[in-house]
Design a protein around this ligand. Structure first.
Ligand SMILES: *[C@@H]1O[C@H](CO)[C@@H](O)[C@H](O)[C@H]1NC(C)=O
Ligand SMILES: *[C@@H]1O[C@H](CO)[C@@H](O)[C@H](O)[C@H]1NC(C)=O
Length: 553
């Protein structure tokens, strides 16, 4: 309700026509916005002779002749517009008649008018051009990519709202038309704050928020759909994982039902909110035979720090990063013929399918880490970082993707560290954001062998067990479904259990590897691992099909 109240500024209303000289110049034609030469993207409704947009980032595109352009609005909105190849210009609280261009070279020009946020429902009544001028098509109608999400997809807290969101940016890079069915505070599941409807209902309606009128899905057909949801379900309602998963699969099935040919990308929330149930929902549909649905792990794309404006919202820079990382996925599937999704780039410094990155924002990491391998089963890792523990981790990770059950064995040959809380060991991790659920079996100068876990995202890390030992020392970490077992050995033959953790709800496709943190961002510590084996094999695992990420930071 609150969100669609038109903002009326009487002053602007009275002064603007005088300032702009409207009414003075007689040489104008007032054209109807219901014109097949105008392309409307987003969910636009026609009411009498007015075109009305709902949801953020809706836009209209057309070409026009002559030297001037103005529009007449029935609403007060934050608009952006662009003439020819110029920059986007903001018109805050635009209302009534607004001039968009004058003194142009006579001839053909292009115009684009876009709404900034979900509050900016454009109500376009007239397009005003020179008296002898007219509206022309901007070009052939383009393929559409539809983005579905919450405040992140709507571009909340970025400089230009919808126009600086990753959605807008990636679509522009692909030279595709786009829609943003997104809304701050929206959950997937109905009943978020104030019992608001979730995307499971609202996606199928004309407008965001409380609206009962069903959207007419014959209006346009996107070639691709990108969905990013989960932060509000996790934060606001602390949605139960199984309910979220069920709702997500139902939601995806309904969308598939509307758009049988669309490539549907389900992108994890960038900080990993409800990662496991999101992945599981996609997995269930993929296993049921849907070949055009893809789970995309975005957690390595943006880390806390300058990529975020606050705890949940990426900055302009963060949105640019997300757009760049998402680009190759869309490009691969929209290519003719379609291409396989991009995998991680080959890493010349690492054997097999190993990847490496620093996990945690710059301020937590401190110094960059690195890794070298001397033979296929020997790695030396240098890692900085605040710690692996509490609610967030900062460390160097060398890892592979894994699916189903895994056994990792290593020998920690040496571990040199200044801080007694420094850690080096085997880690199993749901995703690559700093607060991911994880299990680590490692060595620490203070405690010898430690086995600890963060059972859920953002939760406190708990110590499960310890054993008195120092390097060189053999470690073995095993995942069997939801159970994790840690053991150690002085000779690699007879194993002593350290502890076991049962019933952890970790994603089915996950990461496994070696982790080193110096537990002090101002220094780097180093550990040498030999006899590294995963499932009894040296340096190679079968590539799982579901987790995919093009390149890590
Ligand atoms: C769309 O316009 C029609 C005609 O004016 C109106 O009946 C309908 O309620 C409108 N729907 C929305 C969602 O604006
Ligand atoms: C629309 O106008 C732009 C800018 O003048 C021009 O580049 C483009 O070719 C025009 N489109 C068509 C279909 O004429």
């Amino acid at each position: 309700m609150l969100f669609f109240t038109p903002r009326i500024s009487t002053i602007v209303l009275l002064i603007l026509p005088i300032l702009l000289g409207i009414g003075r110049a007689a040489a104008q034609s007032l054209l109807d916005p219901i014109d097949s030469n105008i392309q409307y993207y987003g969910r636009w409704n026609q009411s009498d002779k007015t075109m009305i947009s709902w949801w953020p980032g809706a836009y209209a595109k057309f070409n026009f002749t002559g030297t001037t352009l103005a529009i007449k609005l029935r609403s007060t909105v934050d608009l952006y517009y662009k003439i020819d190849d110029g920059e986007y210009v903001q018109l805050p609280e635009a209302s009534e008649t607004v001039q968009l261009a004058k003194h142009l070279e006579p001839g053909l020009h292009s115009a684009l008018i876009a709404s900034k946020t979900e509050k900016d429902s454009i109500q376009l009544q007239k397009i005003i051009v020179d008296s002898d001028a007219n509206i022309k098509p901007p070009g052939p109608a383009g393929n559409i990519v539809e983005f579905v999400g919450d405040s992140i997809t709507a571009g909340l807290t970025t400089s230009r709202g919808a126009l600086t969101s990753y959605a807008w940016l990636v679509a522009e890079s692909l030279a595709m038309e786009h829609t943003q069915i997104a809304y701050p505070a929206v959950c997937l599941v109905d009943g978020c704050s104030d019992a608001a409807p979730g995307m499971e209902s609202q996606y199928f309606k004309w407008k965001g928020w409380y609206d009962d009128e069903n959207w007419d899905f014959t209006r346009y057909t996107p070639s691709a759909i990108v969905i990013m949801l989960g932060s509000n379900d996790e934060k606001v309602v602390k949605q139960e994982s199984s309910r979220f998963e069920k709702t997500y699969s139902k939601f995806l099935k309904r969308i598939r039902n509307e758009f049988q040919k669309a490539h549907i990308f389900i992108v994890s929330e960038p900080l990993g909110a409800l990662f496991a149930p999101t992945q599981a929902a996609v997995r269930s549909l993929t296993l049921a035979g849907d070949k055009k649905m893809y789970f995309v792990d975005s957690t390595p794309w943006v880390q806390y720090g300058k990529a975020f404006n606050d705890e949940a919202h990426p900055s302009d820079y963060g949105h640019e990063l997300i757009a760049k990382k998402l680009f190759p996925y869309l490009q691969a599937k929209l290519a003719v013929p379609t291409q396989p999704l991009p995998g991680p780039p080959p890493n010349p410094n690492l054997p097999g399918i190993w990847q490496t990155m620093d996990i945690g924002g710059e301020e937590l990491i401190g110094l960059p880490g690195s890794v070298s391998f001397d033979s296929a089963d020997t790695f030396t890792l240098w890692g900085s970082g605040k710690d692996i523990g509490s609610r967030q981790d900062a460390f160097r990770f060398v890892y592979q993707q894994a699916t189903t059950n895994t056994v990792v064995t290593v020998k920690v040959e040496s571990h040199s560290a200044f801080a007694s809380c420094a850690k080096a060991g085997i880690m199993i991790r749901e995703h690559l954001a700093s607060s991911s659920p994880n299990v680590i079996l490692g060595m620490s100068p203070a405690d010898g062998v430690i086995f600890q876990s963060r059972p859920m995202r953002n939760m406190e890390t708990k110590l499960a067990g310890r054993a008195r030992a120092s390097s060189p020392c053999h470690l073995k970490l095993e995942r069997k479904g939801r159970d994790f077992f840690g053991s150690w050995s002085s000779d690699g033959k007879s194993w002593e259990p350290v502890a076991e953790l049962r019933g952890l709800n970790m994603a089915k496709d996950y990461y496994v590897g070696l982790a080193v943190t110096s537990c002090d961002p101002s220094v780097v510590s180093v550990a040498k691992f030999t006899e590294v084996q995963i499932n009894g094999k040296v340096s190679q695992l079968e590539t799982p099909h579901l987790i995919l990420q093009p390149n890590t930071l």
